[in-house]
Ligand binder design. Structure first.
Ligand SMILES: [Zn+2]
Length: 196
């Protein structure tokens, strides 16, 4: 979950709402919409765990292949953690619902994992490790900031990487200037009268 939140920048509802058919983790997937490993975030109001993607891009299933939705790229680490999870932890045969994330322990083993359970687990882990309160959205924030930094502040890239509706949202929430940026530094120094 942490790898997928950190590298994918998902909202927790999007992550918990993924179905196995939404994952196209091999190159040149049958959907033909993205050459690299990716997932299709699909708005499904009827998910049994009540996880709901906020983005409502149209999507459909044709001959077993999902197309449409919000397409998000998947990192090599995400692919790796997926295979570890599916081969080592995912309950065999217990998942007729087809959802990606399931409860791994207890009487509800194999049932779809609810966003509220994911939040609680992350909060417990944060307390145990002394990090304080860790929320799923923290990862989305750091993902957005990291993409903005790496893309030299390109809001369109950040918007599409995170699946935001508009660049202005990204701009308002995430596009804070780097206080050590040379232009910022020079502007301040000019204001301070140090550039003469
Ligand atoms: Zn696809």
């Amino acid at each position: 979950m942490v790898t997928w939140l950190a590298d994918g920048g998902f909202r927790i509802g999007e992550l918990c709402g993924l179905h196995l058919v939404d994952l196209h983790l091999r190159e040149n997937a049958a959907c033909g919409q993205c050459r690299s490993p990716h997932v299709h975030v699909c708005h499904r109001p009827g998910n049994p765990n009540r996880a709901d993607a906020k983005t409502k891009h149209p999507w459909r299933v044709e001959a077993g292949t999902v197309t449409g939705g919000l397409i998000k790229r998947v990192s090599p680490a995400m692919v790796h953690s997926y295979f570890d999870y599916i081969t080592g932890e995912y309950p065999r045969g217990g998942a007729g619902h087809g959802m990606l994330l399931v409860q791994l322990y207890g009487s509800g083993r194999g049932r779809p994992w609810a966003p509220v359970a994911a939040r609680r687990m992350l909060a417990r882990a944060g307390r145990r490790t002394g990090l304080g309160l860790v929320k799923p959205h923290c990862f989305r924030h750091s993902f957005a900031s990291a993409v903005l930094d790496a893309a030299d502040g390109n809001l369109v890239i950040a918007r599409d990487a995170g699946g935001w509706a508009s660049t202005s949202v990204v701009d308002e929430i995430y596009a804070h200037v780097d206080v050590h940026d040379p232009a910022f530094d020079a502007a301040l120094r000019t204001v301070w009268g140090e550039n003469r």
